[in-house]
Design a protein around this ligand. Structure first.
Ligand SMILES: [Cu+2]
Length: 304
């Protein structure tokens, strides 16, 4: 078997190997069975016969399957080691799962919802979750790894062909699970360098996006609306300055939704739970910077 290059080869090799063995065994068993039906039919053998054991046959049917399963183990182990050994030159990207979107943070701190990567350079994803267990799955590269809150997992792949590939959540994580889909965009290395440099320059200018764009990008609008309708969480329209009934440490009371309240509700959402809503929002400390939060609060203030 030639040296492995990509995760796709690592997985497909062992998969095809096992399928080939299974098909060969199926054919062998069916053919033998049919032959037995004919050879040992009652019309040919009217008298029952006492058949003694056959040592050679018994050794053969122990040794051959042993070789087969050991070969499966060997190739499987080889592929597994390949998948778990990250090449040293891999591009490090942090991946965050949250209900219900993925976000990817590059080394310079820029965060994107689509995973853009350069062709020909391995990519290492360090994965975690902001709430429940998700699973990051890129079928085209045959890689899948759980995103677990409070824990870091990883995977790597080599994007060898330019194109767009699906990236799914493959661990049922609630109502919006089926929409937890995004793309891996593989672009030529020179385009990637340009794209990356542009993003870094933009970042230096800080908070390029307004409150509205931030709400979309940070995933807030997956649970909240800006048009006054209820979703998983309360709407932002008319929220600022209104009287809200919240549950704090098990006690119900009214609160005025001022700046401090909005700030706390984003950074420490479990402090005051709005009555009638489930306590499912994760803290956004690593998702939203103080500067971004200012922009967001300014925007919410304007939603009368
Ligand atoms: Cu999920």
């Amino acid at each position: 078997m030639p040296a492995l290059q990509t995760s796709t080869q690592a997985v497909d090799n062992i998969f095809l190997f096992i399928v080939a063995i299974s098909v060969a065994l199926l054919a062998g068993i069916v053919i033998t069975m049919l032959w037995f039906v004919v050879r040992y039919s009652r019309t040919r053998n009217t008298e029952p016969e006492d058949i003694e054991g056959n040592l050679l046959l018994e050794i053969v049917w122990v040794v051959i399957p042993l070789i087969i399963v050991m070969a499966m183990f060997f190739y499987g182990w080889q592929g597994f080691r390949f998948l778990r050994t990250v090449p040293p030159n891999a591009l490090p990207v942090k991946a965050f799962g949250q209900m219900w979107q993925w976000s990817f943070q590059y080394e310079d701190g820029r965060t994107e919802n689509i995973l853009t990567v350069p062709q020909g350079r391995p990519v290492k994803l360090t994965i975690t979750s902001r709430d429940v267990v998700h699973s990051l799955f890129i079928p085209a590269f045959r890689v899948k790894e759980d995103a677990v809150p409070g824990m870091q997992t990883h995977l790597w792949f080599l994007p060898d062909t330019v194109g767009e590939y699906d990236l799914f959540c493959s661990e049922y994580c609630g109502t919006g699970h089926s929409s937890m889909i995004t793309k891996v965009k593989v672009i030529p290395a020179s385009d990637f360098d340009k794209w990356y440099a542009e993003g870094s320059a933009e970042r230096k200018g800080e908070a390029k996006e307004g409150g509205r764009e931030l709400l979309e990008k940070k995933g807030c609008l997956l649970c909240h609306t800006t048009d006054g309708t209820k979703k998983i969480g309360p709407t932002f329209r008319g929220l600022f300055g209104s009287r809200v009934t919240v549950v704090t440490a098990g006690k119900e009371h009214d609160i005025i939704a001022d700046e401090e309240y909005l700030h706390r509700s984003v950074m420490d959402p479990q402090a005051d739970i709005v009555k009638g809503y489930p306590p499912v929002m994760p803290p956004q400390k690593d998702n939203v910077s103080p500067k971004e939060l200012e922009e967001i609060i300014e925007y919410i203030k304007g939603l009368k």
